[in-house]
Design a protein around this ligand. Structure first.
Ligand code: DGP
Length: 114
């Protein structure tokens, strides 16, 4: 299977505005931001969707949330508030099949789930 666009970012084959990186996780700005802060927090391992995780991935999944929280703190939006979103498959509108958490903040969000 060919590399996902996010694996190509991890391999530095295409550019991205990288906000955080460690051995397991990379975070970079979304190319089509939906909020003043819109950062994608991505495991380096190419897991397609949340459906493809198992209990063995619990630590990694926890680290994705903690990393998103730490980035929210660094961006100054932890106190004002932020939203984390993970889209899974077609009905959720997932377009990149490499697991990721959207970190959104910097504006007052509504509750429109349409
Ligand atoms: P999702 O619908 O949850 O699969 O969102 C995928 C997000 O990825 C979408 O908000 C746009 C973003 N995206 C797609 N291609 C690129 C890219 O090449 N670079 C960056 N930085 N973001 C991308």
């Amino acid at each position: 299977m060919s590399d996902s666009i996010f694996t190509r970012i991890i391999k530095r084959e295409i550019p991205a505005s990288i906000e955080y990186e460690d051995d397991e996780i990379i975070a970079f700005r979304d190319i089509t931001p939906q909020a003043p802060v819109h950062i994608l927090v991505v495991p380096k391992r190419p897991i397609p969707t949340l459906n493809d995780t198992s209990p063995d991935d619990a630590a990694l999944l926890g680290r994705l949330l903690l990393t998103a929280r730490d980035i929210a703190v660094a961006k100054g939006i932890a106190e004002s508030g932020f939203r984390l979103v993970t889209n899974c498959n077609a009905d959720a509108g997932q377009t990149v099949f490499h697991l990721h958490v959207h970190l959104l903040g910097g504006l007052k969000m509504g509750h429109n789930f349409a």
